[in-house]
Design a binder for this molecule. Sequence first.
Ligand SMILES: *[C@@H]1O[C@H](CO)[C@@H](O)[C@H](O)[C@H]1NC(C)=O
Ligand SMILES: *[C@@H]1O[C@H](CO)[C@@H](O)[C@H](O)[C@H]1NC(C)=O
Length: 307
Amino acid sequence: MRCTTARIGLAMLLLAHAASGAWRHAITAITLTSTLRPARGEWQAKGKMEFLWATPVMEYDGLFNEEQLCMFAKDVLEAWDAFQAAGQKDRVTNPTDTAWTQADLDRYNEKFFAWQSVTPVPMRTLETVWQAFVFAVREYVKQAEMPPLLYQRPNDAGTAIEWTTIDQHPNVQRGNGYCWAAVQANATHHDVHTHAGSSVAGTLYLSVPGDGGALSLNDPRGPMPPFDVTYRKAPRAGNLVIFPATLPHGVLPTFGSEPRISISCNHPGHWQNFTNGKVVFGEKTWETTMLTPEEHRARAAASKPEL
Ligand SMILES: *[C@@H]1O[C@H](CO)[C@@H](O)[C@H](O)[C@H]1NC(C)=O
Ligand SMILES: *[C@@H]1O[C@H](CO)[C@@H](O)[C@H](O)[C@H]1NC(C)=O
């Protein structure tokens, strides 16, 4: 699904009606009941868990409907247009501090990210996506049988920073830079990276053209044989992909001029809770026990395919 101009126009019309007052209650009710608290105060969407290199990766669909996705996309595109209109003004003050050169199309991604630290996508969109993300992360941690997600917050008195768990304080506050948007088109991409300083990362796709670049998930065991196994996930509008923030990942180029629009979020917490977990190091693929020649022959005979 991609948000066509007509679809985005409809979303704008609905928003305009909402703003003018007459439709406000109807629209608000639809938005809140079908996104934040769809039925009996619970999200309904289900995720699919996969263990890639024994690393849990979860993919959700159905958290939002098309109309909502296009409303979010419209907010992102407004931020993108403002960024473009400003002539991609450099808020990355020293380009040598970052990885890109003038010929590197990853720089649009870096600059738009930096732009949003000053001019974020409207909160109505970021906050709603954040709520969905936090919900999805809770499910992810449960299904992966990880230890409770520890994160830092200011204590209730506001006098110190304390460690807490998502179960003790489920209302995780969205901090600066926890969610941001990406627009990929005209061969832009995002180089492979990790989100150091966070525990779990995720991306929600809002609008995806036919040639939308894949999410590439890179082998956490390193880029040397026998590892270096890269998984590519085709982005699908409405899907939210969740993985440990330490997992190297990137976005392959989107070559056409139609934008691939997404919002990514980082969950606060300590990466060690995830990379030290039994889940991540639980892989049993590689045999390390030395076998005697006899044992070798017996094993080879046993594993011979039947013709
Ligand atoms: C891609 O480039 C074309 C031609 O310059 C431009 O019209 C279009 O807006 C660009 N797409 C995005 C998403 O910026
Ligand atoms: C989470 O990580 C922190 C920092 O390494 C550690 O102190 C804590 O014991 C970990 N908690 C769990 C439940 O593994």
